[in-house]
Design a binder for this molecule. Structure first.
Ligand code: BT5
Length: 322
């Protein structure tokens, strides 16, 4: 691919209006024929680019697969993540993030179009088909004591839930501790891993799997009943870059709050967005299995459940059967 590709994408993406081939050619010190060739290549890669005589070129739709240049532009609008690793295919963004964690001083993000070994909690499979969702791991390196981590997921789940509600007007709910649901169907799951020593947290690796553009038929048999996507709920194709922008904005806000504030500051909001109240559910954490009703969340993020025979249990990160 031409060495000008990256610069041409930047020129087009940063301009909402038509931009002339002549102008780009002069800016990049190359010929208009080169510009035309690169534009044709970009169209081939899934960009919709309109061209009009005397006006030039304009992007009308971005490709469904991640482009490093555009991700970089979106990242430059926020302050928490300094670098993006964008890959067409990985085994798992979590694994890739872990493998480069020592090379990077700053916080970064790994994004991939497709995961061949996407994983959920307890090594469960996470379906991550090509170009249909946000398969992403963010690596954060805060200076905090380990005990503070027990509320991290609560802040992040609220950030994700808020994006769905605010920008897509969908009534989504948090399933403590790490899922976002619409009705009884899972829209997003995330998991948080941590590297720490006795001095505190060295790194947080937060992997987010968010279903964006799957149709109902594109989920497997189980997923057709138990999973959903933003496309299904919203009714139109989701622009992944716009979604990424909203999500990182929301995570930045809630992560900064997490660093300085106790959970009590968001507790009421969190509880009002949570789907587990007023229902009897099965809770499993290690060997502890309880059928009961959630009654509260403690300031340390633990969930309080009252069993059917009236006993009180505290869970740190239970699996809940819906
Ligand atoms: C989660 O686990 O929900 C956390 C998923 C995290 C995935 C991200 S993607 C980027 C990063 N890289 C990775 O390899 N992982 C992270 P858990 O609560 O264990 O839920 C897993 C269960 O969700 C599975 O057993 C399925 O039942 C269901 N499931 C699998 N794929 C799904 C999908 N795409 N949408 C909805 N449900 C799914």
């Amino acid at each position: 691919m031409s060495k000008f590709k990256s610069e041409i994408i930047k020129c087009l993406y940063k301009n909402d209006e038509y931009i002339s081939g002549q102008y780009i050619a002069e800016k990049l010190n190359c010929s208009r024929v080169t510009i035309k060739k690169v534009i044709d290549q970009l169209k081939h890669e899934g960009f919709n680019i309109e061209s009009q005589t005397n006006k030039g070129y304009k992007i009308t739709q971005l490709p469904p697969l991640w482009q490093q240049e555009i991700v970089n532009i979106e990242l430059s609008k926020q302050k928490i993540l300094n670098k993006a690793y964008v890959q067409p295919q990985v085994d798992s963004t979590q694994l890739l993030a872990r493998s480069i964690i020592n090379e990077e001083h700053d916080d970064f993000v790994v994004l991939s179009d497709e995961q061949t070994k996407g994983r959920g909690r307890f090594n469960r499979e996470w379906s991550s088909i090509k170009g249909k969702g946000l398969w992403m791991s963010i690596v954060l390196k805060p200076h905090i004591p380990i005990h503070k981590m027990s509320t991290f997921n609560l802040f992040i789940s609220l950030a994700i839930q808020e994006v769905v509600e605010k920008h897509y007007q969908i009534n989504s709910k948090i399933k403590w501790p790490n899922d976002i649901y619409v009705g009884e169907q899972k829209l997003c799951g995330f998991l948080t891993e941590m590297i720490a020593d006795t001095d505190g947290v060295n790194a947080i690796i937060c992997g987010i799997g968010f279903n964006l553009n799957q149709t109902r038929e594109e989920f497997d048999k189980v997923g057709q009943h138990r999973a959903t996507s933003l496309l299904i709920e919203h009714g139109s194709t989701i622009d992944p870059y716009q979604f990424l922008k909203y999500l990182i904005e929301a995570i930045e806000k809630r992560y900064n709050q997490f660093l300085v504030s106790p959970f009590s500051e968001i507790k009421d909001t969190y509880k009002s967005k949570s789907m587990i109240w007023n229902r009897t559910l099965n809770y499993t954490e290690g060997n502890k299995k309880v059928k009961g009703r959630a009654i509260d969340i403690q300031d340390n993020g633990f969930l309080t459940v009252i069993s059917e025979d009236g006993e009180i249990y505290q869970f740190m990160s239970a699996d809940i059967d819906i």
